[in-house]
Structure formats: C-alpha cells, structure tokens
Design a protein around this ligand. Structure first.
Ligand SMILES: [Zn+2]
Ligand SMILES: [Zn+2]
Length: 447
C-alpha cells in the first residue's frame, strides 16, 4: 500500500557550503533537488591532481558519494528515483549528475543545460563531471512540471551564474519551496523578487533555504563592483589581470563594460570563449559577442589543444581575435586579461609592465569553482610587482535580506542548507513565525 506521506532527506549541503542533494518523497514519487559535489568532503581526502578519486567506489567508500540505491548508473538495480531537478549550473549543485542513471530524466533551465553541456565538453574524461547521455528536460521560468503526484514550478532567481532557479513544489501534503542559491544585489534583483512573490503566494508548509553568508556579510552590489573596477582600470598604466569565475557572466559583463569604457579590450580564456559562444543560443542573456571589437581570445602557451579548443581557435583566428602571450605583452595598456592563478606561468613570457595590477574578483577563501592558493599567489605578485585588489560581491543573499524574504514567504517550517552556520541562522531568525529545523545528514523529515 502506498503511504500518503511526504518526506525530505538531505544527502548533502548539511553543515557545508554546497554539495546539495535533497530527496523529496511524496507517496511513491521520489525526486532529487540538485545533485552536487561536496567540495568540503572531497577536500578531506583528496588533493588533485596528484591525489584524485580513481572511481565511484572510492567516493562511496569515503562517504563523498552517499549510499542510495536505484540512483547510480554503476548500480544494477532498477531506477528508484523519478527525476532530478537542478537549480543551477554550479558544480556544487550539479557535478554528480555524472553518476546518475541515464534513464532518470534531469530537469533544469535552458541556460543551465547549455552551461552543463559546455562544461562537460571542456572537462572531458573527468570522472566527477560528465553529463553525456543525460536525458535533459529544459524549462523556463513559470512553467509547471508534473512528476506523478508532484507539481513543480521553477522561478528564476539572481545568482552568480545565469540560468539559476528556485522551485515551488506542490506535494500531497502542502507546498515546499527550495531557494537554490540566490541573492538580491546582483544584476537582476527583479528575478529574485519574482521568486519570493510566487513562493509567498503558494503559502508553503516548508522552505529549504540557502544560508551561506551568515558570517562575513558585506553590503555591496554588482553595480558597485563595476564602479570599483572602473577606478582600477582607469588608473592602471600596464596590464590589468583579472581573476573571476568563468561562468560568472555578470562579472564578465562588468569587466567588459569597464575595458570598453577605458579603450581596452577584454581578453578571455579559451574556456570562457567556448562558454560565451555556447550561451549565444540563449537570446534572453545579455553577453558580449566574441567578434565585438572590445573582445579578444587569449590562447595560452601550450603544445596540445583539445578538439573544442582547436575548433574555436580556427574559427576566430580568421577574424584576428586570437592573441598569444607575446601579442598581449606588446600592448599591455590596451588589455584587461582574464587570467586564472593556475595560468600564472604565462606571466613569465608576458613580463607585466610597471603599473600593472591584479584584481581578484572572486570570493575568498571559498569559491564554488576554484580554490585560491594564497601564499603562492602572493609570491608571484611580489615577484612581478603587482598590487592585488579584491573587488567582489557574493553570489549569495545577505542575512538581513534573507530574513526579510523568509518573513514574507512565511513558511511553517524552515530547513537551512548550504551553510556552515545553521545554528547561528536559527537564532538570527528565531522571532519569525516559522519553525527552524537543523537538519542532519540522510535523516528523513516528515512534512
Ligand atoms: Zn552553491
Ligand atoms: Zn551557486
């Protein structure tokens, strides 16, 4: 007999930032919301590239990949999950799709699908990130998706990657809201507003919310970041080196606008160029075209290029858009170069001129896509006489704004995830009408 109950279980995102894997079971319908990689768990055991997991067995053995039957493609049992919904394309929410049985459909935003497929092409042969053969079902905001006894409505939210969504999930025992990762100080705060209003209208029984920024919160916005970047770029005599997450399209836009305003070009990496090229399919996104006169593609010095790199180089070489380090070196005061710390070997042939700067435009010490090795970074900067600026705004909502949104949505229960400070969060919101549940990993919660 089918039980008429609805439960939630959290297999990741508990006492950690990211790694979200939330199982919602309604009667006999089972749906996962996000299936991300846990950076925190992985870091406890591995140190890539020298010590990396060799197979899914190692990941399961160490508890990095949770023990759940009927979910993984390496497990012979029939599928026991009806669908996976991905909130956005950051790896801490999506990477472990790699292990999902290919007969389980994966729902995500159209933009997220483009991003995941582009990343999968770039990271070919990465055990922990491949979406090949996945049956994607793409949605846009406001669509209603029925999965057996569930009706799921995705609503766009603003985050540091395009195509991010929150969900309003109608179950047999009330409505559950899931925020995914969101903020209201980015380039499109109106999207988050839309989500909050729709969540409120649904009079939810429960909300699963991110609570990332409970310590070290700042008051800033993407617009303010752009102003600060202008200050730096306008004053620099030499090259401006910029480090930012390559899927952070808002930040890329900010750098592009400022480069253009200061008669410079923004030189992006092959990876960024590949993603921008793929995202052009999405007409709703505002992104610079690679053939724009203020854009260049930087080809770093290496001997062997992957197929996707060769194709990109071939296509844009014809338009004189591909620059190597020697060409960039000759016109340093005309370029803002997106350069990751891991490509700092390029500084040797580049020889940054006096008055050059390095701008770290990503979070510290945690970032959803990279981890910065501070000591070594500083040694390189010291060697070349490059001052370091830190100009950034978080992809995550700030505490007071989060509380305000939660008050407005007014769910009966709150389940905080994606945070190392759930207890702090619970105390901070204790005067709201909602009851906070501090979740334990893999425990089932009855709604
Ligand atoms: Zn996240
Ligand atoms: Zn995220």
């Amino acid at each position: 007999m089918v039980k008429n109950t609805t439960t939630l279980a959290f297999y990741g995102g508990v006492n950690e930032i990211g790694g979200n894997k939330i199982l919602l079971q309604d009667r006999d319908t089972r749906v996962f919301f996000d299936f991300g990689m846990s950076f925190a768990m992985k870091k406890q055991f591995y140190s890539p590239p020298f010590l990396s997991p060799r197979s899914e067995k190692s990941l399961q053995e160490l508890g990095i990949l949770p023990q759940i039957t009927g979910v993984y493609k390496f497990d012979q049992s029939p599928p026991e999950v009806d669908a996976v919904f991905i909130s956005h394309g950051h790896l801490d929410h999506s990477a472990y799709l790699s292990f999902i049985k290919r007969e389980i459909p994966v729902y995500c935003g159209e933009t997220t699908q483009i991003i995941l497929q582009a990343l999968s092409e770039i990271r070919r042969s990465d055990l922990e990130f491949s979406v090949s053969d996945i049956e994607f079902k793409a949605f846009r905001t406001g669509k209603k998706i029925v999965v057996d006894s569930l009706e799921i409505e995705p609503f766009h939210v603003d985050h540091s990657v395009p195509g991010a969504y929150g969900f309003v999930i109608h179950t047999s025992n009330g409505t559950v809201v899931y925020t995914g990762d969101f903020r209201d100080h980015g380039a499109k705060p109106e999207m988050t507003r839309d989500f909050v209003e729709n969540a409120k209208k649904a009079k939810p029984t429960a909300i699963i919310t991110e609570a990332t920024n409970m310590t070290g919160a700042t008051v800033s916005s993407e617009a303010e970041v752009e102003g600060k970047l202008n200050n730096i770029v306008a004053g620099a005599d030499g090259i401006v080196l910029a480090e930012f997450a390559y899927s952070d399209v808002d930040r890329l836009n900010s750098f592009y606008h400022i480069a253009k305003k200061n008669q410079r070009c923004l030189a992006v990496s092959l990876k960024q160029a590949y993603l921008l090229d793929a995202l052009r399919k999405d007409k709703g996104l505002c992104i610079p075209a690679l053939d724009d006169e203020s854009m260049l593609i930087f080809r770093k010095s290496k001997k062997r290029f992957d197929k996707w790199e060769r194709q990109l180089i071939e296509r844009y070489d014809k338009q004189n858009k591909i620059f190597d380090v020697f060409e960039v070196s000759k016109q340093q005061c005309k370029v803002v170069l997106a350069l990751s710390f891991y490509d700092f070997e390029e500084l040797v042939p580049l020889q940054p001129a006096a008055g050059s700067c390095y701008v770290l435009s990503a979070s510290e010490p945690f970032n959803e896509e990279m981890e910065i090795d501070y000591e070594r970074l500083v040694n390189w900067l010291r060697h070349y006489g490059l001052p370091q600026y830190h100009v950034h705004v978080s992809g995550h909502i700030m505490p007071l704004q989060l509380k305000k949104a939660l008050k407005e949505i007014n769910a009966k229960r709150i389940f905080p995830v994606h945070t190392e400070n759930a207890d702090l969060f619970a105390k901070f919101v204790r005067n709201l009408k909602s009851q906070v549940t501090l979740v334990e990993k893999s425990k089932e919660y009855l709604l």
